[in-house]
Ligand binder design. Sequence first.
Ligand code: GAR
Length: 200
Amino acid sequence: MLLHKGKKINIAVFASGGGSNAREIIKYFKDSEKVNVCLILTNNPAAGVIKIAKESGIPCTVFSRENFRDGEKISGILSCFKSDFIILAGFLWMVPGYLLTQYKDRIINIHPSLLPRFGGKGMYGHFVHEAVKKSGESVTGMTIHVVNEKYDEGKIIFQAKCNINPEMSADEIASEVLKLEHKYYPQIIDKYIAEFTRKL
Ligand code: GAR
């Protein structure tokens, strides 16, 4: 993987579920001259993101926990597709050390709360929104951060907030937060990559 100024940047998107963030990222970079979504990877053979990849004509691969842990297959496929950055979009497994080393400061995650609130192991998707509702918060939001070896503890790049009220269900909270995710995640990825490559 050779990163240099002016190179078109390839991003690989990891997703475990419906893939609505992956869809927004694909849409945003569709005609970009600077960034290309080169590959979608998922651990879930039933993930909605597989259909999204197919419809967008982007290669997609499904991998097992064993593949992910041992690393040869994942590293091989990422280098085969010349991926420069990894974007986690609703990806639920802990990122292993070999990827953190190979992609130091080049793995980005989105989390559906205002970290450090409601983060950590087991806090994902609806569990987050249920915990937020239970806590009686009047504000929640989303966080985009660099991935490190601890769940949801990497350097925060961006946060956006929305107001919530006690009448809202966890699903309604989720839908407000998802609107923020779709609005900001692609543009923040774009900005982060631009700043990262400017420093090269
Ligand atoms: C998103 O809300 C994302 O923030 C969350 O999973 C959802 C995926 O939705 N990620 C986490 O909880 C990670 N800890 P999507 O599949 O429709 O993009």
